[in-house]
Design a protein around this ligand. Sequence first.
Ligand code: FPP
Length: 260
Amino acid sequence: MTPRPEIVRPELDGPFPEHIAVVMDGNGRWAEKRSQPRVFGHRAGVESVREVVTSCARMGVQSLTLYAFSVENWKRPEAEISQLMRLLKVFLVRERRLLMKNGVRLSGLGRLDDLPAAALEELRKTEELTGDNDGMLLRLALSYGSRTELAEAARQVALDVREGALDPDRIDDETLRSYLYDPLTPDPDLLIRTAGEMRLSNFLLWQASYAELYVTERCWPEFREAELMESIHAYAKRRRKFGGLVGKVREVVGEDSAGA
Ligand code: FPP
């Protein structure tokens, strides 16, 4: 097997986002502006997925989570849903070589059993094939919705309490986290949304509590390596406080240190 391309971290003015999450929006608008059917935009969106996945993997991003299909997206016309599911299936087969070459481990996130059997089968095969890769984790959020994820977690918490396996007095943030779909992947550092809307759209509501948000007017098919780099440079300039004080500790508590 050919060796994996060397990891090259960009030079930045600040920290590097170890986990990037993306709301890939604007495929339809991008196509409509070109008087093309929406599926034309989704196809071009797949090219962006390929480019962003490859460049994140080569920069050494630890996790990349892409919002590919939400629980609400099942409300779209049947024809568009089947086009998206077909694109997903083809992507999962065609990209295997590139995922392997870049050491990417792929994993689905969401109510995966809702997917059509053919797409689910290819997803499972790709998860299995890439399962031992030790490079970037690529999570595809599919039939994903945060409220559903939290409702499912709450239901399981209730069952465990009822069975005596969980003491309600000991439930804290970390307990609840352990009931989410993927408790072990650290929270996203940078959450990118394309096509200009200023909302989270039911994506990683728990996990994105302290993510730095980056919204660009560009539609997803136009979001390629150069735009990704812009977002990473913007992130590096942010000062994260996680509700604490950065650079103000000294003046408040009289110490010569600052916590992030
Ligand atoms: C939002 O654009 C995008 C989606 C609902 C799906 C994202 C899907 C892809 C990028 C292609 C398939 C993905 C994979 C991983 C193979 P929109 O159609 O809602 O755009 P609009 O808001 O302009 O209508």
